[in-house]
Design a protein around this ligand. Structure first.
Ligand SMILES: C[S@@+](CC[C@H](N)C(=O)[O-])C[C@H]1O[C@@H](n2cnc3c(N)ncnc32)[C@H](O)[C@@H]1O
Length: 269
């Protein structure tokens, strides 16, 4: 699906403006991160397994906490993000903690012009990424371009059912299916709700079949596909902790899928 909207400019401006408040936020807790805390959660740790020595491309890395957590585990990490202020913050964080990683400021779709084909053992991307991209077939083509033969994609993402609801989970506002761009006004952010900022953003809803068929369309094989009844982040209304690192939407409990994950492998032939 193509778009004529200036979605990259609008979304970049928002993510740039959110970077400063996020660096200061309790949500990201940069001081604890600098002191050694990993920002990775159990779902991705389970799926990634050992990354020691692996060349890992982290798409939509924000200001690099997950990228650098993976580098701390021994991966050779390249992080990519659209927002130049997030990338500048990621480079600074890398220097501050003395953990090397490469960071590239780029639209995901422009990567094939910047990275040679087949250079990565793992492409990793997680938690709030696909909705910023209008066309998952183009995204899957970038993933396939970047992976070496036998390399794998690890995706952990919020479940598309979540994006059907209003922010209080009381009303279905949007179709489950991709019916084109969604223009919204964001007051504050998930990590800094009181920052006082107001931005317009443009996103797309992508159903699970859209995700899966985009990867199959590039010839990748899906070796793992899961849905989860919790989120590791308390970012939804009435979040309730129901297990270690497991939050649900209060009144709905474990009835609602909040995450899904996919591992997909590039063929060797
Ligand atoms: C929700 S954040 C990812 C969060 C990450 N898991 C974390 O917790 O830090 C989404 C990121 O996608 C980036 N982004 C949005 N559109 C993009 C695009 N077209 N290409 C590359 N990055 C993009 C934003 O700048 C933002 O940093």
């Amino acid at each position: 699906m193509s778009t004529d909207l200036p979605y990259l400019d609008l979304n970049r401006a928002m993510w740039n403006d959110w970077t400063g408040p996020h660096l200061e936020s309790a949500f990201y807790d940069v001081e604890a991160f600098k002191a050694g805390r990993s920002s990775l959660n159990q779902p991705e740790l389970d799926l990634l397994g050992s990354v020691t020595g692996q060349r890992l491309l982290h798409l939509q890395c924000h200001f690099g906490q997950d990228s650098l957590s993976l580098a701390r585990l021994g991966a050779r990490v390249t992080g990519v993000d659209l927002a130049d202020q997030a990338i500048a913050a990621a480079r600074q964080l890398s220097q501050d903690i003395g953990v090397p990683a490469e960071f590239i400021c780029s639209d995901v779709y422009s990567l094939p012009g910047q990275l040679p084909a087949g250079q990565f053992d793992v492409v990793y991307t997680s938690y709030g990424v696909l909705g910023w991209l209008p066309d998952l077939d183009r995204w899957a083509a970038v993933v396939a371009h970047c992976l070496r033969p036998g390399g794998r994609l690890v995706l952990v993402e919020f479940h598309p059912v979540v994006w059907m609801y209003d922010s209080d989970f009381t009303r279905v506002d949007h179709s489950y299916f991709n019916q084109g761009s969604i223009l919204e006004t964001e007051n504050g952010s998930y990590a800094a709700p009181g920052s006082g900022s107001t931005h317009q953003s443009i996103t797309w809803n992508h159903s699970l079949s859209e995700v899966v068929s985009s990867l199959l369309g590039q010839g990748l094989s899906i070796s793992s596909f899961r849905e989860y009844d919790y989120s590791p982040y308390p970012i939804f209304a009435n979040a309730e902790l129901v297990g270690e690192g497991q939050y649900v939407v209060g009144p709905l409990g474990r009835k609602l899928p909040l995450l899904f994950s996919v591992v997909a492998e590039q063929g060797v032939g």
